[in-house]
Design a protein around this ligand. Structure first.
Ligand SMILES: Cc1cc2nc3c(=O)[nH]c(=O)nc-3n(C[C@H](O)[C@H](O)[C@H](O)COP(=O)(O)OP(=O)(O)OC[C@H]3O[C@@H](n4cnc5c(N)ncnc54)[C@H](O)[C@@H]3O)c2cc1C
Length: 407
């Protein structure tokens, strides 16, 4: 079977249009740094504006409906755009896009216009406000509380590990609305506006880079229309966000830059006059890395196309996520075997191969095993959905399976 994607003449013309536009409008020194978290204020400002320009062209979120600020394009176009974005080192959007499918499924028309549109046009930014100090994998143990006050809600609690660079306008996630109700039926799903009186973000200092924050909420007043779904439906709404985060939408163009660099290093670096790849042990190691990476690519693309085709999915999302998290750690080990200490030289080191990308990979492959459900949690979900666990579950509602427009 040939897995290579092929494109029509019209699509190839579109690719050229995207490539030429990016070439003309993104100066070389404004492209993504090797460590994508090393964004200067100047780069951040440039990309905030650039994202709005890309959204206006329909390229930032290509498959979302035009009436809510998306591109109204098909999945093929998303693949082309992402490929060109990778080539041009476009800085990825600052908003957490898992909120889009959630709003499409659960938001009212007014909420889609009010919240989804400014996010899809990149005027506003949302972060995912889920994890608490005592609620990570076991998210339903969360303790932040929302109490009604007239039409508003007053929210108090603490969140942690909340990812996002720079400013934020909306923090989305579940909060306890009814302490007497049973677990999973005691939550609402809120968009907490930021800044708000009583709301504080404090940056976390992590090995992975400084892109996570604590969120403290002390009697934060949130208007009633910022509740998505009803005040006891938060767990179901949360499941839609998690279905996407766990890999359920796949990836349109899953490029593996670390693998590309590793292959090039093995082929071009010489030791005792011979390329490293001439060493049979290192050649085996490189091939293991290649096979893992390509298996992951196929899972990600399969899910993307199943999602676009609105096919019923079960374990597929978590399989994609679990495999990705595990193989990246294996390939980081292999990079150390092939590159040795050079894989640990940071972006500031002149002798670091590929500008320090392998070192960024060493860190991100480890911390990447945690967000959006750990490896173990993905296996728990797969087992439940394959019917070999003490509990059974089905995939949550997504735009793909509920039939709303915009996948
Ligand atoms: C870089 C990074 C970015 C993040 N971004 C966000 C964000 O934007 N928004 C947000 O809300 N959160 C974010 N998180 C938090 C992330 O979702 C949690 O770290 C994750 O859910 C795990 O929770 P925990 O850290 O409390 O670990 P725990 O839940 O305490 O787990 C500890 C260990 O126990 C294992 N374990 C737990 N339960 C089981 C089980 N039932 N069976 C088998 N093993 C189990 C886990 O796999 C893990 O190895 C981020 C985390 C990181 C590291």
């Amino acid at each position: 079977m040939d897995f290579k994607l092929s494109y029509s003449t019209e699509q190839e013309e579109f690719r050229k249009e995207v490539r030429d536009w990016l070439q003309a409008n993104i100066p070389e020194d404004m492209r993504s740094p090797v460590d994508r978290l090393d964004l200067t204020d100047e780069l951040y400002k440039f990309w905030r504006d650039m994202h709005m320009q890309l959204a206006a062209k329909g390229w930032l979120f290509p498959t979302y409906p035009t009436e809510y600020g998306g591109g109204g394009l098909s999945g093929e176009y998303e693949t082309i755009i992402l490929e060109e974005f990778e080539r041009a080192r476009v800085v990825r959007t600052f908003t957490n896009s898992y909120i889009f499918p959630t709003l499409l499924v659960w938001g009212t028309e007014e909420q889609k216009q009010k919240f989804l549109k400014p996010l899809l046009t990149a005027e506003k930014i949302a972060f995912q406000n889920f994890t608490e100090p005592n609620a990570g994998s076991d998210l339903a143990s969360l303790q932040s509380k929302a109490v009604r006050d007239g039409d508003d809600w007053i929210i108090t609690g603490q969140k942690t590990f909340i990812s996002g660079h720079g400013d934020v306008d909306l923090l989305f996630g579940p909060i306890v609305t009814d302490e007497d109700a049973p677990r999973h039926r005691n939550l609402g799903y809120f968009l907490v506006p930021s800044p708000s009186p009583g709301l504080e973000l404090q940056r976390l200092n992590l090995l992975t880079g400084h892109d996570q924050s604590f969120i403290f909420m002390d009697n934060v007043r949130v208007p009633g229309d910022h509740l998505i779904g009803d005040d006891h439906q938060g767990w179901q709404v949360t499941q839609t966000t998690l279905e996407i985060e766990h890999g359920g939408r796949g990836i349109a163009f899953p490029r593996d830059e670390a693998l590309e660099n590793l292959m090039e290093y093995a082929n071009k670096t010489t030791r005792n006059g011979k390329p490293l790849s001439a060493d049979p042990v290192l050649a085996q190691t490189a091939m293991d890395a290649y096979i893992d990476s390509h298996t992951s690519t196929l899972f990600a693309q399969r899910n993307f196309w199943m999602y676009q085709a609105r096919q019923e999915m079960t374990y597929h999302g978590s399989q994609n996520s679990m495999f990705l998290k595990e193989f990246r750690i294996r390939n980081a080990d292999r990079a150390r075997d092939i590159m040795g200490m050079y894989s640990l030289l940071g972006v500031q080191e002149p002798r670091a191969p590929f500008g320090g990308q392998p070192e960024v990979y060493q860190r991100s492959s480890l911390t990447g095993a945690h967000p959006g459900g750990t490896v173990e949690i993905q296996k728990v979900i797969m087992a439940r959905r394959m019917g070999i666990s003490r509990t059974r579950e089905r995939a949550a509602a997504t735009p793909s399976t509920t039939g709303v427009s915009g996948v």
